[in-house]
Ligand binder design. Structure first.
Ligand SMILES: Cc1cc2nc3c(=O)[nH]c(=O)nc-3n(C[C@H](O)[C@H](O)[C@H](O)COP(=O)(O)OP(=O)(O)OC[C@H]3O[C@@H](n4cnc5c(N)ncnc54)[C@H](O)[C@@H]3O)c2cc1C
Length: 584
């Protein structure tokens, strides 16, 4: 690949010792470290940037790191804010949304599994990323942009000073020192500053899951598992499904299939140990045996191809947080150096985009002479709010993966909230300046309040109704406001129009919540009167709370009104779609 050849020209200098003084020292040159180096050089070219990674060699392709699926925010960040559009278009894969297959029977026939896919609007596109290929190109471009990017120098220690910080690095027994006004910790799970400063102590995300994954040479197309013409024909042409980030889900786990442009496919499972103990996935043989029991079609496809397995990696209890990410003492934590939640819906790159961009804003302002003490607190609070709100999507929710109807409703609600809120703001670059973030809070207030309430409703609904629906694909085409909310992220909008679109979409979210409520409440012994207007912010399946919570409200939305606001919503009702309830 031409990119790699030119990268090797620059390797020559990569092992020189870092030294001297910098405006910013970035600890770790992975995805977060290299992208913030590039972002800083793009936004404030005179900034003196050091980035040092302990890895000596260029990264291998494919069998390297996870973080291969991007969604709209992360994709926009890499493409437009870091300047990687040409590379992503040419050397990585464009993806077709997030695709999910719910369980059906013993999972021996994928055509029976209820399928859901987020819309793949042609303008709001995303990518599947070969991390090794991407990081090699980021490294080359960071150097070309003027950052001093080093490989092979491991950060041993950092001492934080009143004016400058000192970074001690080593390479094969040799030591060197550099100083910097700012330190950005991008060391991933090495968590250099988080450990040293104790900012992770006492933080429990309440989400404790494990993951294990492989890369398989030669790829794998699950459409080859069947000859069923009707099922294959639900998509415009055979061979398209695999371009989505595809997921096989069942109670207690979700499993990803991410085809990489370089050829291999990434296959991994994230499992709640209350359903699937760590020991069942923590070695390759155990993982395969687990696969045989839970995903027999995938197991059969893998079993004869053990020679194609390029790696087997795992991580136990992958989620963690921190209390501080942006400090007036001139350090920040970006990417996984600060926190990680879960990879379902691929938010890892989104959080890299947020933490890098808020770091850039602070660093650039401070280097230009501004006191950023208050701004650090502002971004810290906002980042924590983003993190804590996102945690509701995952915490205690893995049992829902066995419930096709609840999951279809959850996918539509969760992704609509993402598109309408932070997705729309981010993709129009209106989520950086404090004044824009303040506006966003006002506009998105109801959506932020609804999110945890709706997750509680999904859990309660699951306890009331768990019909083993089979046999339909929900590929939203008619649910106009949903498609529009996704398209809004890509359509040009300026000034007030950006917030106006979010405000309009929050109204659609409220109607969606009301529709979901009534669909779920049908299972109550005494279902609510559907003609009465409902306050979407007071929704629950606890009739004993309805009065105190103010569920029925003249200012609310009735089911008839919700249906008017949601043309095409019947697509989401599996029974009405003709799904079969399998015999149990
Ligand atoms: C199971 C799983 C699946 C995931 N899937 C996705 C996904 O599909 N999409 C997504 O967006 N995100 C995903 N993520 C998250 C994604 O992996 C992270 O967001 C991303 O890798 C974080 O990048 P980073 O640069 O912060 O860390 P890394 O990529 O880990 O980079 C850290 C760098 O620091 C270097 N380093 C460490 N210690 C030192 C030291 N002492 N001195 C110098 N250098 C050092 C390392 O060599 C490394 O290069 C997933 C995470 C998990 C656990």
């Amino acid at each position: 690949m031409a990119d790699d050849r030119s990268a090797s020209m620059l390797e020559v200098k990569a092992i020189d010792a870092p030294h001297g003084h910098y405006d910013v020292a970035i600890l770790g040159g992975g995805l977060a470290g290299l992208t913030i180096a590039l972002q800083l050089k793009r936004e404030r070219p005179e900034t003196r940037v050091l980035v040092t990674d302990k890895r000596t060699e260029p990264a291998p392709e494919a069998a390297f790191k996870v973080g291969e699926s991007s969604v709209e925010i992360g994709a926009y960040y890499y493409r437009e804010m870091v300047g990687m559009r040409d590379h992503l278009e040419r050397y990585q894969q464009r993806k077709l949304g997030l695709r999910f297959f719910m369980p059906a029977g013993d999972n021996s026939d994928i055509t029976k599994r209820v399928e859901f896919c987020t819309p793949g609007h042609l303008d709001a596109f995303t990518h599947q990323i070969d991390r090794g290929r991407f990081e090699n190109e980021l490294f080359r471009r960071a150097r070309k942009a003027g950052a001093d990017a080093f490989r092979g120098w491991r950060v041993q220690d950092v001492s934080l000073g009143a004016d400058n910080h000192t970074i001690l690095m080593s390479h094969e027994g040799e030591e060197c020192i550099a100083t910097a006004r700012w330190v950005v910790d991008a060391s991933g799970r090495a968590n250099i500053l988080r450990r040293k400063l104790g900012v992770g102590e006492g933080v429990d995300t309440g989400h404790h899951c494990n993951a294990a994954w492989i890369r398989l040479a030669g790829g794998l197309d699950f459409e080859d598992w069947t000859d069923d013409e009707e099922w294959l024909g639900r998509i415009p042409e055979k061979g398209l499904r695999i371009h989505s980030t595809s997921h096989l889900i069942q109670p207690g786990y979700w499993l990803w299939l991410i085809q990489l442009e370089s050829g291999p496919i990434s296959i991994g499972v994230c499992a709640d140990p209350r359903f699937h103990p760590w020991e069942e996935i923590s070695s390759f043989d155990a993982w395969m045996e687990w696969m045989r029991r839970n995903e027999p079609q995938l197991h059969a496809a893998l079993d004869g191809r053990r020679a194609d397995v390029l790696d087997f990696l795992r991580v136990q209890d992958y989620s963690y947080g921190s209390t501080r990410f942006f400090s007036p003492d001139r350090w920040t934590l970006v990417g996984e150096a600060g926190a990680f939640l879960d990879a379902l819906y691929s938010p890892g790159s989104d959080f890299i985009a947020f933490s890098n961009t808020f770091s850039c804003e602070l660093i650039e302002r401070e280097l230009d002479g501004e006191d950023v003490t208050e701004l650090c607190d502002f971004y810290n609070d906002f980042y924590l709010a983003l993190f804590n709100t996102t945690a509701h999507l995952y915490r205690d929710n893995f049992q829902l993966f066995g419930n096709p109807q609840v999951m279809v409703a959850k996918f539509v609600f969760d992704s609509s909230t993402y598109f309408s809120g932070i997705g729309n703001a981010w993709c129009h670059e209106r989520m950086r300046k404090p004044e824009d973030i303040d506006r966003l809070y006002t506009v998105l207030g109801p959506a932020i309040d609804m999110l945890p309430r709706m997750q509680e409703l999904f859990r309660d609904w699951h306890a009331l109704e768990n019909t083993p629906f089979e046999g339909v694909s929900v590929l939203p085409k008619a649910l106009a406001p949903y498609i529009q909310a996704q398209a809004d992220m890509a359509h040009p909008a300026e000034g007030e129009e950006v917030f106006e679109n979010s405000r309009k979409n929050v109204e659609y979210l409220k109607a969606l919540a009301v529709w979901i409520f009534h669909r779920a409440a049908r299972n109550l012994p005494d279902p609510p009167d559907e003609s009465r207007p409902i306050n979407p912010l007071a929704i629950s399946l606890h009739p004993e709370r309805w009065e105190a919570d103010g569920l029925f409200s003249d200012d609310g939305i009735s089911l008839v009104q919700a249906l008017e606001m949601l043309p095409g919503i019947e697509e989401m009702d599996l029974q009405k779609r003709g799904a079969v309830a399998a015999a149990v």
